[in-house]
Write a new protein. Sequence first.
Length: 396
Amino acid sequence: MNIPLPHLILLKLRFHIVLLIFGIIPLSTRSQFEHKLFTSNMLVEARLNYGFFYAHHLELELFNSHITAFEINLQQETYGKHKWEIAFGYPLIGVSMWYSTLGKSPYLGSVYALFPYLDYPIFKHKNLTFNFRIGLGIGYLTKKFDRIENYKNLAIGSHFNAALSLMAEARYKINSRFILSGGINFQHFSNGSLKLPNYGLNIPLVNIGLAYRLARENKFLSDHIYPPVEPYSAIIRHNIEFNFGVAFGYKNMQSVYGENFFVYHFYENTFIPISRKSLVGLGVDLSYDESMLKILEVNNFIITNKLSILRPGMNAAYQLSMGRLGFLLNLGYYLGGKEKSNGPLYEKVSVQYNFAENFFASVMLKVHFGRADYIGWGLGYRFLTFYGKKTAKTVK
């Protein structure tokens, strides 16, 4: 069949356009995919843990055994996208899926845990780094305390518990794809006295792991990308941060007193920054724990005024700041309160997230000499006060 020359030229042109479209689209899609994948710095790590159950109370000697645990970690190497990443030496951000049969104890069952973590580099030398990992998440134990069916399990009173992981590790970069690691881990499970009994599980472990890089490594960004000072810091020298917050806790004490109780906690922290990542200061707080009324009643104390269980306190405060996220530690002394079974000293460990410019949400663990008292969830308001203007000569 004879095709006129103009039609033949038009047909060939259309054919080349179709080829060009179908060639460009996959290439563009692939390039975008590769760009996102290459710059993510993602790794997958498998880790084997071996340790033992540490019986920190006589009632827990029953669980003494050797323990094997497995974990799969999804990690991301930071490279300086945010200023706090540079300040902390480019830490690893990850999430761990952790599993153990807990020595095949018939009273504890198995545990499944999922917790995000931060892995901070402490020392680097060529392909070798020494890190410290902090992880906090949730764990599920298949067996818990039961008055009839599992009365020997005094360690855990609930299926769901907080999972805490503290680990010192060494990491060696074998090549561009594989990283070998090994460390010493301390794994803890507790419900923060939300439901008694709650002695908790403490598990020291040693481990070895192998990580695989999913795509090409994205190199660190240099510090010069960000200005050496914060905006306006060349004019205003110092600032003070004030945090006002309230937290609410809950204690399930059915197994002990047959009742549940609420805790109300009010606090204020005043911070002064001492570096790009650390703030120190003082705090005051006031707590009202309804369970104290029951404890005083059981111990034959006469309660004439319910406000007598109010416990004011003063504490030293420290905050580790990572952008919108902050980790707080308070070490305090009670100034009053009728119920004194916990002693005069207390500790608070908190995680605080600034979801708006002046507002934050927080989760707090109240502790007495390492024994968890309660977990509080709360909201707060923060603001900064600036002082100490510099002279014009110092402004560059």
